[in-house]
Design a binder for this molecule. Structure first.
Ligand SMILES: NC(=O)c1ccc[n+]([C@@H]2O[C@H](COP(=O)([O-])OP(=O)(O)OC[C@H]3O[C@@H](n4cnc5c(N)ncnc54)[C@H](OP(=O)(O)O)[C@@H]3O)[C@@H](O)[C@H]2O)c1
Length: 249
Protein backbone atom coordinates (compact mmCIF):
# COMPACT_ATOMS: atom_id res chain seq x y z
CA UNK A 1 0.00 0.00 0.00
CA UNK A 2 1.19 3.48 -0.88
CA UNK A 3 -1.19 5.56 1.23
CA UNK A 4 -0.40 9.32 1.40
CA UNK A 5 2.75 9.04 -0.69
CA UNK A 6 3.98 12.46 -1.89
CA UNK A 7 6.60 11.33 -4.42
CA UNK A 8 6.83 13.90 -7.22
CA UNK A 9 5.20 16.65 -5.15
CA UNK A 10 6.84 19.87 -3.96
CA UNK A 11 5.66 21.30 -0.65
CA UNK A 12 6.34 24.72 0.95
CA UNK A 13 6.20 24.80 4.76
CA UNK A 14 6.51 28.00 6.81
CA UNK A 15 7.44 27.77 10.49
CA UNK A 16 9.61 24.77 9.67
CA UNK A 17 12.35 25.67 12.15
CA UNK A 18 10.29 24.43 15.09
CA UNK A 19 7.34 22.46 16.42
CA UNK A 20 4.54 21.43 14.07
CA UNK A 21 6.17 22.90 10.93
CA UNK A 22 9.43 21.06 11.63
CA UNK A 23 7.68 17.74 12.29
CA UNK A 24 5.63 18.15 9.11
CA UNK A 25 8.77 18.82 7.06
CA UNK A 26 10.40 15.66 8.43
CA UNK A 27 7.28 13.55 7.79
CA UNK A 28 6.54 14.72 4.24
CA UNK A 29 10.20 14.26 3.28
CA UNK A 30 9.96 10.64 4.49
CA UNK A 31 7.11 9.97 2.03
CA UNK A 32 8.93 11.36 -0.97
CA UNK A 33 8.15 15.10 -1.14
CA UNK A 34 10.64 17.74 -2.12
CA UNK A 35 10.28 20.44 0.55
CA UNK A 36 11.01 24.15 0.82
CA UNK A 37 11.33 24.95 4.51
CA UNK A 38 10.97 28.53 5.73
CA UNK A 39 11.75 30.20 9.07
CA UNK A 40 13.69 33.06 10.66
CA UNK A 41 16.28 31.12 12.63
CA UNK A 42 18.90 29.77 10.23
CA UNK A 43 20.54 27.39 12.71
CA UNK A 44 17.26 25.75 13.68
CA UNK A 45 16.14 25.59 10.05
CA UNK A 46 19.37 23.76 9.17
CA UNK A 47 18.72 21.43 12.11
CA UNK A 48 15.32 20.62 10.57
CA UNK A 49 17.02 19.93 7.23
CA UNK A 50 19.46 17.53 8.92
CA UNK A 51 16.47 15.54 10.26
CA UNK A 52 14.81 15.23 6.85
CA UNK A 53 15.02 12.39 4.32
CA UNK A 54 16.22 13.10 0.75
CA UNK A 55 18.53 15.72 -0.64
CA UNK A 56 16.61 18.08 -2.94
CA UNK A 57 15.12 20.34 -0.28
CA UNK A 58 15.54 24.12 -0.10
CA UNK A 59 15.76 26.61 2.76
CA UNK A 60 14.28 30.08 2.95
CA UNK A 61 15.36 32.33 5.80
CA UNK A 62 13.31 35.44 6.42
CA UNK A 63 10.89 37.27 8.67
CA UNK A 64 7.49 36.74 7.07
CA UNK A 65 5.96 39.74 8.82
CA UNK A 66 7.84 41.76 6.20
CA UNK A 67 6.09 42.00 2.85
CA UNK A 68 9.45 42.05 1.04
CA UNK A 69 10.24 38.60 2.52
CA UNK A 70 6.86 37.28 1.42
CA UNK A 71 7.49 38.57 -2.12
CA UNK A 72 11.02 37.12 -2.10
CA UNK A 73 9.79 33.71 -0.95
CA UNK A 74 7.03 33.62 -3.59
CA UNK A 75 9.55 34.60 -6.24
CA UNK A 76 12.23 32.08 -5.31
CA UNK A 77 10.13 28.94 -4.73
CA UNK A 78 9.61 26.59 -7.64
CA UNK A 79 6.02 25.59 -8.54
CA UNK A 80 4.48 23.83 -5.56
CA UNK A 81 1.75 21.23 -5.01
CA UNK A 82 1.23 21.91 -1.33
CA UNK A 83 1.48 24.84 1.07
CA UNK A 84 1.49 24.55 4.86
CA UNK A 85 1.18 27.77 6.85
CA UNK A 86 2.97 26.71 10.03
CA UNK A 87 4.45 30.04 11.18
CA UNK A 88 2.61 31.56 14.13
CA UNK A 89 2.92 33.05 17.60
CA UNK A 90 0.80 33.26 20.76
CA UNK A 91 0.52 36.08 23.27
CA UNK A 92 -1.92 36.64 26.13
CA UNK A 93 -4.00 39.78 25.54
CA UNK A 94 -6.75 40.24 28.16
CA UNK A 95 -9.39 42.36 26.44
CA UNK A 96 -9.12 45.49 28.58
CA UNK A 97 -5.38 45.81 27.92
CA UNK A 98 -5.51 45.45 24.13
CA UNK A 99 -3.64 48.20 22.26
CA UNK A 100 -3.02 48.84 18.58
CA UNK A 101 0.47 47.34 18.82
CA UNK A 102 -0.98 44.06 20.20
CA UNK A 103 -3.43 43.87 17.30
CA UNK A 104 -0.66 44.51 14.78
CA UNK A 105 1.65 41.97 16.47
CA UNK A 106 -0.83 39.09 16.87
CA UNK A 107 -2.68 39.51 13.58
CA UNK A 108 0.38 40.07 11.42
CA UNK A 109 2.04 36.62 11.44
CA UNK A 110 -1.08 34.65 12.44
CA UNK A 111 -3.48 36.11 9.85
CA UNK A 112 -1.99 38.65 7.43
CA UNK A 113 1.13 36.66 6.53
CA UNK A 114 -0.68 33.47 5.42
CA UNK A 115 -3.22 35.54 3.48
CA UNK A 116 -0.55 37.65 1.74
CA UNK A 117 1.72 34.68 1.03
CA UNK A 118 -1.12 32.68 -0.50
CA UNK A 119 -2.14 35.62 -2.64
CA UNK A 120 1.40 36.24 -3.84
CA UNK A 121 1.96 32.57 -4.71
CA UNK A 122 -1.28 32.54 -6.73
CA UNK A 123 -0.34 35.74 -8.54
CA UNK A 124 3.07 34.31 -9.41
CA UNK A 125 1.35 31.12 -10.65
CA UNK A 126 3.35 29.00 -8.21
CA UNK A 127 0.50 26.83 -6.95
CA UNK A 128 -0.16 23.92 -9.31
CA UNK A 129 -3.61 22.61 -10.22
CA UNK A 130 -4.83 19.92 -7.79
CA UNK A 131 -2.68 21.51 -5.06
CA UNK A 132 -3.52 21.66 -1.37
CA UNK A 133 -3.29 24.55 1.12
CA UNK A 134 -3.28 23.84 4.87
CA UNK A 135 -3.76 26.48 7.59
CA UNK A 136 -3.24 25.87 11.31
CA UNK A 137 -5.94 27.46 13.41
CA UNK A 138 -6.76 26.44 16.99
CA UNK A 139 -9.48 24.62 18.91
CA UNK A 140 -9.91 27.90 20.81
CA UNK A 141 -11.94 29.39 17.94
CA UNK A 142 -14.67 26.97 19.14
CA UNK A 143 -14.18 27.45 22.87
CA UNK A 144 -12.48 30.58 24.26
CA UNK A 145 -9.69 30.81 26.84
CA UNK A 146 -8.77 33.76 29.03
CA UNK A 147 -6.49 36.22 27.21
CA UNK A 148 -7.02 34.57 23.82
CA UNK A 149 -9.16 37.26 22.16
CA UNK A 150 -6.66 38.45 19.54
CA UNK A 151 -5.08 35.06 18.87
CA UNK A 152 -8.48 33.45 18.32
CA UNK A 153 -9.68 36.38 16.18
CA UNK A 154 -6.65 35.93 13.92
CA UNK A 155 -7.25 32.18 13.66
CA UNK A 156 -11.03 32.51 13.16
CA UNK A 157 -10.23 34.93 10.34
CA UNK A 158 -7.99 32.30 8.78
CA UNK A 159 -10.79 29.73 8.91
CA UNK A 160 -13.16 32.09 7.08
CA UNK A 161 -10.44 33.00 4.58
CA UNK A 162 -9.71 29.31 3.92
CA UNK A 163 -13.36 28.63 3.06
CA UNK A 164 -13.41 31.50 0.52
CA UNK A 165 -10.12 30.31 -0.93
CA UNK A 166 -11.53 26.78 -1.28
CA UNK A 167 -14.48 28.15 -3.25
CA UNK A 168 -12.39 30.38 -5.51
CA UNK A 169 -9.90 27.61 -6.37
CA UNK A 170 -12.28 24.68 -6.73
CA UNK A 171 -12.26 24.82 -10.54
CA UNK A 172 -8.49 24.28 -10.54
CA UNK A 173 -8.85 21.32 -8.19
CA UNK A 174 -6.92 23.20 -5.50
CA UNK A 175 -8.17 22.49 -1.98
CA UNK A 176 -7.92 24.58 1.17
CA UNK A 177 -8.43 23.30 4.71
CA UNK A 178 -7.75 24.27 8.33
CA UNK A 179 -6.72 22.30 11.36
CA UNK A 180 -7.93 23.30 14.82
CA UNK A 181 -5.53 21.60 17.25
CA UNK A 182 -5.86 21.69 21.00
CA UNK A 183 -2.69 22.14 23.04
CA UNK A 184 0.37 20.64 21.31
CA UNK A 185 3.68 19.99 23.05
CA UNK A 186 5.97 22.42 21.14
CA UNK A 187 8.24 25.35 22.08
CA UNK A 188 5.24 27.64 21.45
CA UNK A 189 3.65 26.52 24.70
CA UNK A 190 6.70 25.38 26.70
CA UNK A 191 9.07 28.31 26.21
CA UNK A 192 7.02 31.11 27.76
CA UNK A 193 7.10 29.24 31.08
CA UNK A 194 9.80 30.49 33.43
CA UNK A 195 10.55 29.01 36.84
CA UNK A 196 8.26 31.40 38.67
CA UNK A 197 5.38 30.52 36.37
CA UNK A 198 5.54 26.77 36.72
CA UNK A 199 2.82 26.54 39.38
CA UNK A 200 0.47 28.66 37.27
CA UNK A 201 1.29 26.65 34.14
CA UNK A 202 0.57 23.39 36.00
CA UNK A 203 -2.73 24.86 37.20
CA UNK A 204 -3.75 25.93 33.69
CA UNK A 205 -2.69 22.53 32.39
CA UNK A 206 -5.04 20.83 34.84
CA UNK A 207 -7.85 23.19 33.77
CA UNK A 208 -7.09 22.35 30.15
CA UNK A 209 -7.18 18.60 30.80
CA UNK A 210 -10.58 18.91 32.45
CA UNK A 211 -11.90 20.62 29.34
CA UNK A 212 -10.04 18.43 26.84
CA UNK A 213 -9.74 14.87 28.22
CA UNK A 214 -7.87 13.66 25.11
CA UNK A 215 -4.85 15.42 26.64
CA UNK A 216 -1.98 17.39 25.14
CA UNK A 217 -0.97 16.38 21.61
CA UNK A 218 2.44 15.95 20.02
CA UNK A 219 3.61 17.67 16.83
CA UNK A 220 3.45 14.34 14.98
CA UNK A 221 -0.30 14.07 15.74
CA UNK A 222 -0.85 17.27 13.78
CA UNK A 223 1.73 16.46 11.09
CA UNK A 224 -0.04 13.17 10.32
CA UNK A 225 -3.29 14.99 9.50
CA UNK A 226 -1.44 17.66 7.50
CA UNK A 227 0.13 14.86 5.45
CA UNK A 228 -3.32 13.43 4.73
CA UNK A 229 -4.60 16.86 3.63
CA UNK A 230 -1.59 17.32 1.32
CA UNK A 231 -2.04 13.91 -0.27
CA UNK A 232 -4.32 12.84 -3.12
CA UNK A 233 -6.18 10.63 -0.63
CA UNK A 234 -7.97 13.75 0.69
CA UNK A 235 -8.81 14.88 -2.87
CA UNK A 236 -12.55 15.22 -2.09
CA UNK A 237 -12.03 17.29 1.09
CA UNK A 238 -11.99 21.09 0.95
CA UNK A 239 -13.25 24.16 2.82
CA UNK A 240 -13.36 22.48 6.22
CA UNK A 241 -11.80 23.02 9.66
CA UNK A 242 -10.88 19.87 11.58
CA UNK A 243 -10.90 19.94 15.39
CA UNK A 244 -8.05 17.93 16.96
CA UNK A 245 -7.56 16.80 20.55
CA UNK A 246 -11.17 17.51 21.38
CA UNK A 247 -14.30 15.41 21.48
CA UNK A 248 -16.37 18.50 20.58
CA UNK A 249 -17.74 18.85 17.05
N1 LIG B 1 1.49 24.41 19.99
C1 LIG B 1 0.19 24.50 20.16
O1 LIG B 1 -0.35 24.21 21.24
C2 LIG B 1 -0.69 24.96 19.02
C3 LIG B 1 -2.06 24.71 19.12
C4 LIG B 1 -2.90 25.15 18.08
C5 LIG B 1 -2.37 25.81 16.99
N2 LIG B 1 -1.02 26.04 16.93
C6 LIG B 1 -0.52 26.76 15.76
O2 LIG B 1 0.37 25.93 15.07
C7 LIG B 1 1.35 26.73 14.39
C8 LIG B 1 2.75 26.19 14.74
O3 LIG B 1 2.93 26.32 16.14
P1 LIG B 1 4.07 25.54 16.93
O4 LIG B 1 3.47 25.09 18.20
O5 LIG B 1 4.76 24.59 16.04
O6 LIG B 1 5.02 26.79 17.27
P2 LIG B 1 6.63 26.94 17.38
O7 LIG B 1 7.25 25.66 17.74
O8 LIG B 1 6.84 28.12 18.26
O9 LIG B 1 7.03 27.33 15.88
C9 LIG B 1 6.61 28.52 15.33
C10 LIG B 1 7.26 28.69 13.99
O10 LIG B 1 6.79 29.93 13.43
C11 LIG B 1 7.89 30.65 12.91
N3 LIG B 1 7.68 32.09 12.96
C12 LIG B 1 7.17 32.84 13.98
N4 LIG B 1 7.20 34.13 13.66
C13 LIG B 1 7.71 34.22 12.42
C14 LIG B 1 8.00 35.29 11.52
N5 LIG B 1 7.77 36.56 11.89
N6 LIG B 1 8.51 35.01 10.30
C15 LIG B 1 8.76 33.73 9.93
N7 LIG B 1 8.52 32.66 10.74
C16 LIG B 1 8.02 32.92 11.95
C17 LIG B 1 9.05 30.26 13.84
O11 LIG B 1 10.25 30.54 13.16
P3 LIG B 1 11.64 30.88 13.96
O12 LIG B 1 11.75 29.83 15.02
O13 LIG B 1 12.66 30.72 12.91
O14 LIG B 1 11.50 32.23 14.51
C18 LIG B 1 8.78 28.79 14.06
O15 LIG B 1 9.34 28.03 13.02
C19 LIG B 1 1.11 28.17 14.85
O16 LIG B 1 0.38 28.84 13.87
C20 LIG B 1 0.27 28.00 16.11
O17 LIG B 1 -0.58 29.11 16.29
C21 LIG B 1 -0.17 25.62 17.91
Amino acid sequence: MNFCNLTGKTILITGASSGIGRQTAILVSQVGAKVIIAGRDEARLKETLSMMTGSEHQLFIGDLTEESSIFELAKTVPEIDGLVHGAGIVGPTPTKFIRQTDIDHLLRINFETPVLLTSRLLLQKKLRNKGSVVFISTIATRSPYFGGALYTCAKAGLEAYSRSLALELVKRGIRSNCLQPGLVNTPLISQPASEGQIEMVEESLQRYLQKYPMGVGEAIDVANVILFLLSDESGWVSGISIPMGSVMQ
